[in-house]
Design a binder for this molecule. Structure first.
Ligand code: PLP
Length: 764
């Protein structure tokens, strides 16, 4: 077991576990690069001594590369990196194939389904540019990530080229090169074979001349050399077309003045690989022990962890895993706060949700969407691994304190919840309201993805769930009410979870049912329109007298009013006319300033109010100001609702954006202006918007208020009478703080700024 360190007083040192994306340049390599810039800076093509010295560096580097990859009589040329090597290989193969095409035959281009995107994209590109028009086919992989050999045997006879990879960048899974070699050549002697060896260098033994591989691209920055330098292997008999023509460098195979600093650095790395300098790189056997040690720490920290690949057929420097119940973004934020750098899937495709590599291996969506990759290089040391393991367990501790994982041993330190919390899954929202005094809670519009998290939270916080209520029957997701309401089994409720024997109160002469939550009431109002069963739930102060003005804190209106939108009314159970009346009723009951908490937030705007919506939603403004009649509203609304789908055309959207969701421009602080602001701290509230587990791990001492985004709406409610207060927001990268600032400004907070670039770009 790893013993936990106390909360650190010093800033945490960096633990870099993203080597498959890129590596730091080792000091010896950086020194060599520097000396070629300052001293040995000659142009290798120059005939004078300075030029000859430069050329010597290149020759030496090439020789070393040839030895490392077992190039035999094959050529090694230097490139800008692997993407260029991939282009060169594909261009060479297809340009040659073009001269041999038989117009009566059908051809294909094969690539492994888990290949780096550079491969299929380049195949598509050159297939089109060279007008080859072959069919491009992905070779499937099995659940272990291994290429389907039968598929290759069947398809390769028609293949002009086949592209596979030695080691996968997301999972570290390696392929059986000998088996591939036999299969390919038994079925097609002439097809061009490229093997992307980027992630294999320094992690597996290579002997390329002993195979029938035609082309193999490599990259420097994946193994401690700088970005912008790489090399490629070309079999001596394989066709070649220069990708870059010009001054004839690299024997005319790749023109352009050589990247001498990069090559000098690469030369040093090659020396280390060739064991000229012992001890820099750790032996493979030890790297296996390192991975096992990290896996053990991860399992101790997150007992539910699922590893997404087998350790049997992957290089020891990569671990890909998913922690059930946590998105990759949450785990990345957590680790970032603990100063551990990891990646979600492939760095180059970090915008894509889900990993196509894990999808291709047939892993379930939840596993693929929430995958985290940890990777290190052969320069990793035992003390670094020890520190990484300690830090992983330390980071998990913060989740436990935030009641996001079950932990019976932590009771004293946990952060006690109070007020309103907003949970989001994609564009959908669930709302939890906690009354701290009575330890009771209600959960509104429960999303199934949140079941586990909510159960953990309730147990950890010792909360009693008074009711779980849907505002309406949702068209796009199931409610998880049934799973959460075991404890409420005796309570009789209607279809949406509202207790049937609730009391009623009179507001504006009408009877409305309500339930108690601490010293608040939750009043139910029927607001049909989006669906017949749509309701709005008003969290308000108790009504002592029927003539009292209703003091509403939050309005949970389902899909009646959404941010910059109204709920769609083109379901069979919708009615635009009913929506018209519901909107007017809601305004009469809650006024224009109560915070609206809808069941969707497609555009990261968190909350709104009727007055904020009126200012940008003219149709709503017309309804609220009695400037449109019910018939005209119905006609306009019906027209707007035709064919609502999201951009990907698949998911149901519950409301269409009316405006362009233009966001307010926020005052941006940089290190300098923040330092100025910090000189008058009394007038300013400095707010850290990260989740409490990130905040606990590390924060700047000036940002003494922690308002996690999940509690932004509660913060806005608490501060609604002090909208002039100057606020400066911070988060990890400036993304969350910008969104929050925009919402605050939209809802009338006058003095809001954020630290552009967040903690990532500013160290204090
Ligand atoms: N192939 C693989 C397997 C990779 O991991 C990468 C980099 O992410 C590349 C190709 C592209 O390499 P480069 O950045 O040198 O162009």
């Amino acid at each position: 077991m790893i013993n936990l360190p106390a909360t650190p007083k010093q800033p945490l040192s960096l633990i870099y576990l993203d080597a498959n994306a890129t590596t730091q340049v080792l000091p010896q390599a950086a020194a060599a690069a520097l000396s070629t810039m300052e001293t040995l800076f000659g142009n290798p093509s120059s005939g004078h001594v300075t030029g000859l010295q430069a050329k010597q560096i290149i020759d030496e580097t090439r020789q070393q590369a040839q030895t490392i990859i077992g190039a035999g009589n094959g050529k090694v040329i230097f490139t800008s990196g692997a993407t260029e090597g991939i282009q060169t290989a594909i261009l060479s193969a297809l340009q040659h194939a073009k001269t041999t095409l038989d117009s009566s035959k059908k051809y294909c281009l094969l690539y492994g389904a888990t290949e780096h995107k550079a491969v299929p994209e380049s195949l598509k590109h050159w297939n089109k540019i060279l007008e080859i028009n072959a069919e491009i086919k992905a070779i499937p992989v099995n659940e272990l990530g291994q290429l389907d050999i039968n598929f290759i045997a069947k398809e390769v006879p028609d293949a002009l080229m086949i592209c596979t990879m030695a080691v996968n960048n997301e999972t570290g899974v390696y392929q059986d090169i000998n088996l591939l070699d036999q299969t390919i050549r038994a079925n097609n002697k002439n097809t061009a074979w490229m093997v992307d060896c980027v992630q294999a260098l320094g992690k597996t033994d290579l002997n390329l001349a002993k195979t029938s591989i035609d082309y193999a691209p490599f990259s420097g920055h994946k193994l401690y050399a700088p970005k912008g330098v790489g090399f490629m292997y070309i079999k001596e008999t394989s066709p070649f077309t220069p990708f870059i023509a010009g001054g004839g460098q690299e024997s005319g195979l790749r023109s352009g003045t050589e990247n001498l600093p990069g090559l000098a650095a690469l030369n040093v790395i090659f020396s280390m690989l060739n064991k000229a300098t012992k001890n820099t790189f750790t032996a493979l056997k030890t790297l296996h022990l390192f991975r096992q040690q990290i896996a053990t720490a991860l399992t101790q920290a997150f007992p539910e962890i699922v590893f997404n690949h087998s350790f049997e057929n992957s290089v020891p420097t990569t671990i890909n895993f998913t922690i059930p119940g946590f998105s990759s973004k949450e785990i990345m934020d957590l680790f970032d706060a603990a100063n551990i750098r990891v990646s979600s899937g492939a760095a180059c495709s970090s915008k894509v949700t889900g990993s196509f590599v894990l999808d291709a291996m047939g892993l379930p969506n939840w596993q693929s969407e929430s995958a985290i990759r940890m990777s290190f290089g052969p320069a990793m040391t035992q003390p670094q691994i020890d520190e990484a393991c300690t830090r992983i367990v330390f980071a998990a501790q913060a989740l436990k304190q935030s009641c996001l994982t079950v932990n019976t041993s932590i009771t004293a330190d946990k952060t006690e919840l109070e007020g309103l919390l907003q949970f989001k899954v994609g564009g959908s929202c669930s709302w939890l309201y906690v009354d701290k005094r009575t330890k009771s809670a209600i959960f509104i519009d429960p999303l199934p993805e949140l079941t586990g998290r909510l159960q953990t939270l309730l147990t950890c916080q010792g909360l009693n769930l008074v009711a779980v209520i849907d505002t309406h029957g949702h068209g796009d997701h199931l409610s998880c009410r049934a799973q959460l309401t075991d404890d409420l089994a005796q309570q009789q409720t209607d279809m949406l979870g509202w207790p049937v024997h609730s009391k009623t109160t009179v507001i504006h002469g009408q009877h409305y049912p309500y339930i108690l939550l601490g010293d608040k009431w939750l009043v139910k109002v029927n607001t049909p329109g989006h669906t017949t069963d749509s309701t709005s739930l008003l969290l308000c102060d108790p009504i002592k007298d029927s003539t009292d003005e209703l003091v509403v804190h939050y309005t949970f209106c389902g899909d009646l009013i959404l941010m910059d939108s109204l709920g769609r009314t083109n379901f069979s159970c919708s009615s635009a006319a009913a929506m018209f009346s519901s909107l007017q009723l809601l305004k009469a009951l809650v006024g224009t300033e109560s915070l609206i908490c809808p069941s969707h937030d497609y555009n990261n705007e968190f909350t709104t109010s009727i007055s904020a919506e009126i200012s940008r939603n003219s149709l709503l403004a017309h309804v609220m100001n009695n400037e449109i009649n019910i018939e005209d509203f119905s006609v306009q609304k019906t027209l707007m609702d035709t064919d609502i789908v999201d951009q990907s055309g698949r998911k149901i959207m519950c409301g269409d954006l009316i405006g362009d969701c233009k966001k307010a421009s926020v005052r941006e602080y940089n290190s300098h202006s923040l330092a100025e602001a910090l000189k008058q701290p009394n007038n300013i509230k400095f707010i850290d918007l990260r989740e409490s587990y990130e905040y606990t791990l590390q924060h700047d001492k000036n940002f003494e208020n922690n308002v996690p985004l999940t509690q932004l709406v509660e913060f806005m409610h608490q501060h609604k009478h002090n909208k002039q207060q100057q606020l400066i927001l911070v988060c990890r990268s400036g993304g969350r703080s910008q969104l929050a600032a925009q919402t605050l400004l939209r809802l009338g907070f006058e003095n809001v700024g954020h630290l552009k670039g967040g903690y990532a770009l500013h160290q204090y």
